[in-house]
Ligand binder design. Structure first.
Ligand code: NAP
Length: 282
């Protein structure tokens, strides 16, 4: 299988390269050469590579920045998604698009299902919901995988931020009124791989199983890394943000599990694995 990956240098893109290259040829594309906002800039790649599968892991992921840069967020997350999906459709091949729990408003108190209506609170969430729709409309052969609280080697993610802060401080305040599904980028890449081997197109939730508050996630990170930093619970008002976040963003992965026959491992197991292999994967 010949796979073309956009956003290949990103946190997820790197893991996608690793996983998909075990089963075929992988061609990678990223800024500055391949800008998904501009279909003319990426079209030659399609001609040259003639991919059998296209993965769009390129995104505008600065959630706070998006509040001041609506145009940029939509240009990458919506227009870019449409460009990639349309070119894949033109070549009659499937496309994978990644989305987020931020397409939901967090008002549920049970895990979100793929078919639940979206109601994004932030510009980033709106731009990703628009990207999902653009991908669906442009290419019937689509897999849309919503994930959450993603961390992986080379990323500036929550796990790395807590490790950095904990190395310098003996206590940290972390919000407890935000519940989600932390997800190892390697596990997400593997889930995308298994799903891509089916023809079960549609929208899926791909997260490590279980749910946790930001505060308890930080405690698990510090404990697993054997640091002595004390984690104190606080509410979200201690860290005001421009972009409103869903207080409850837990995603239900059952549909993905049915489609692939593979269950994503519990978040704590994935975290421990990440921390144990962090040095060699950096
Ligand atoms: N990170 C999370 O917690 C999280 C949570 C839920 C969902 N997701 C979704 O998961 C996917 C992967 O996220 P990630 O954490 O791997 O993001 P990331 O590390 O920020 O990687 C995104 C990649 O896309 C590239 N990119 C940005 N604009 C581009 C453009 N116009 N054309 C081509 N490439 C462009 C970036 O390049 P530069 O670095 O040079 O800008 C970067 O290499 C995204 O769809 C994101 O929305 C992420």
């Amino acid at each position: 299988m010949r796979t073309l990956i956009f956003g290949a240098k990103g946190q997820l893109g790197r893991q996608l390269q690793k996983v998909f290259s075990t089963a075929g040829e992988v061609h990678v594309a990223d800024l500055p050469e391949a800008d998904i906002r501009d279909d003319q800039s990426i079209q030659p790649l399609f001609e040259r590579v003639s991919p059998e599968l296209v993965i769009n892991a390129a995104a505008y992921t600065d959630v706070e920045g998006a509040e001041d840069n609506l145009k940029d967020a939509f240009l990458v997350n919506e227009t870019g998604a449409r460009n990639v999906a349309e070119l894949a459709a033109h070549h009659r091949v499937p496309v994978i698009y990644f989305s987020t729990d931020f397409v939901f408003d967090g008002s549920k108190d049970t895990p979100y299902l793929p078919e639940d209506p979206v109601a994004p609170l932030s510009i980033y969430g709106r731009s990703k919901a628009a990207g999902e729709q653009a991908t669906r409309r442009a290419n019937s052969l689509h897999f849309i995988l919503r994930t959450a609280w993603l961390y992986g080697p080379g990323g500036n993610n929550f796990v790395e931020k807590i490790l950095r802060a904990a190395a310098e401080r003996d206590h940290l305040q972390v919000v407890e009124d935000e519940i989600g599904s932390p997800t190892h980028a390697l596990d997400l890449a593997e889930a995308a791989f298994y799903l891509s081997r089916t023809k079960k197109y549609g929208v899926y939730h791909a997260v490590n199983s279980g749910a946790v508050s930001r505060c308890d996630f930080a405690r698990a990170i510090v404990n697993a890394a054997e640091l002595n930093t004390r984690i104190e619970a606080c509410d979200a008002s201690v860290y005001p943000t421009k972009a409103p976040r869903p207080t409850y963003g837990v995603l239900d992965g059952a549909a993905l599990e049915r489609a692939t026959g593979q269950k994503m491992r519990p978040w704590k197991e994935a975290l421990i694995d990440y921390l144990q292999n962090r040095e060699e994967n950096a």
